[in-house]
Design a protein around this ligand. Structure first.
Ligand code: ATP
Ligand code: MG
Length: 265
């Protein structure tokens, strides 16, 4: 099983939308067995996946994967499973400092017990530099960071890499040397001169962090098809609208590149 975490401390950049749509892509298009874990108390990923009713929803709440020793045998027997976010318990975890080590260890041990049952595990995280995000980064093989093309987000790339506790480089140097950054993925991209300039800056200064494609770097345009698909819990390509087909034509090669980097195709 390959584990991918969606992480960026910036809110609203598309972590949950990409997590959900990637899970659909892996399961429905690539026919992979997919486990998706929602560690965000906002529960956006859980809501979309529940609404879509394509995946089995586990009885087990996500906080339990960190707070207790769960065996994979206790997880619903299906090829596409959501472990949904709870709210209060997930929010309490940061304050339980004495248990932080065991949170990460429990999650790590749980993932080992489902290693043979799933091909891919996707973890969606909350936009706070806390123990949930840290645990996810410590147990994952790959990290993908959607960003928006505004100055604030570009300034935030330093933190994404070098933040004291959850910076990707910090974690690679200490707790998880095997963590591989798939890349930063500009999302909600608009054809304005401002965004074009920011993309050019990004390509100049952070080319190594972007995801190379045959025709430049990976990016996802702003499209009404994304929130509509998320609200309906549908894969974008099943939205049944021109906007959905157009968005998917652009997103699919990006997802294929991510799957290739992860060695899933
Ligand atoms: N490419 C896109 N085009 C248009 N809307 C998008 C796109 N990507 C995401 N969105 C929408 O933007 C909003 C924020 O996205 P999302 O919830 O995925 O961000 P997030 O990073 O998970 O946020 P948070 O940090 O709060 O968890 C959602 O309404 C989502 O549907
Ligand atoms: Mg989210």
């Amino acid at each position: 099983m390959k584990t991918l975490v969606l992480a960026n401390q910036k809110g609203g950049v598309g972590k949950s939308a990409v997590a959900v749509q990637l899970a659909y892509f892996f399961n429905l298009v690539l026919k992979k067995r997919v486990l998706i874990i929602d560690l965000d108390h906002q529960r956006n990923t859980s809501k979309a996946i529940r609404t879509g009713a394509i995946a089995a929803v586990s009885q087990l709440a996500a906080s339990r994967l960190l707070s207790t020793k769960i065996d994979g045998g206790d997880i619903e027997n299906a090829e596409f499973v959501l472990i949904p976010a709870d709210n209060a318990e997930l929010l309490k975890m940061e304050k339980q400092a004495d248990k932080h080590n065991s949170f990460a260890t429990n999650l790590h041990t749980f993932l080992k017990t489902v290693d043979e049952r799933f091909d891919v595990c996707i973890i969606d995280t909350n936009p706070n530099p806390d123990i949930r995000q840290l645990s996810a980064l410590v147990v994952s093989n790959y990290v993908l960071s959607p960003i928006q093309l505004n100055q604030e987000a570009i300034d935030g790339i330093g933190d994404l890499l070098n933040h004291d506790s959850i910076g990707i480089r910090k974690i690679q140097a200490t707790l998880n040397p095997t963590l591989q950054l798939i890349g930063i993925l500009p999302n909600l991209v608009e054809p304005t001169p401002f965004q074009r300039d920011n993309f050019r800056d990004l390509s100049t200064h952070f080319a190594k962090l972007l995801i190379p494609m045959t025709n430049g770097f990976a990016a996802i345009k702003k499209s009404t098809a994304v929130p509509e698909s998320q609200a309906a819990g549908l894969p974008i390509w099943k939205l049944g609208k021109t906007s959905g087909r157009d968005a998917w034509a652009q997103i699919r090669p990006v997802f294929e590149q991510i799957a290739t980097t992860m060695g899933v195709i």
